[in-house]
Ligand binder design. Sequence first.
Ligand code: ADP
Ligand code: MG
Length: 189
Amino acid sequence: KRAKFPYYKTLDEFKISEQQSLSLRQIQQLRELNWLEQQFNLILLGPPGVGKTHIAIGMGLEAIQKGFKVSFYTMGDLINLLKTQEYLRKSQLQLKTILQADLVIIDDLMYMAMDQREANMFFHLVNDLYERSSIILTSNKGPEQWGELMGDKGITTAILDRLLHRVEVIHLNGESYRIKNRTTIFEAE
Ligand code: ADP
Ligand code: MG
């Protein structure tokens, strides 16, 4: 219940008409959270601005409402926590909370390349969460490309093995909602 979302938007605020690759029925089914009860993961893929983070937050809010414990981290922040856990008590405590969560949302996986040590620590976290909690991952790259960003092939395979074992993958596409709906301070002619 201590999730810190980057913004608060519900699934009701998600306009399904703006996202052709997802049906209302799919959203309704996902928000019943059976996948969460069964420790399935959810992977949201697609280019920037198509609603990956919005849906992840929406599911997170839904889960909190139903009494689940939810953690939200960007991949960058998560890697930082892992790297500082040895000497920062705050990071240790945050990681402890993550390990106790029912749902861990990791936003923007593979936004940056990881080195071997980071990939190793990430593997240990995924392994600790495996079959105990659900993970929502968002990424603008598909799992087939994660390998090159994690560096080590063996670790990548081990991570993918656990992430993809029980998973629902959703491909979003289309134009960026931000660009489509941008506002301008200039008046239209
Ligand atoms: P990304 O896929 O890059 O994570 P976001 O989910 O953060 O993108 O979406 C970018 C912005 O556009 C957010 O403010 C989000 O609420 C909004 N948005 C995206 N898709 C939709 C949609 N289908 N309906 C309503 N708002 C949307
Ligand atoms: Mg995002």
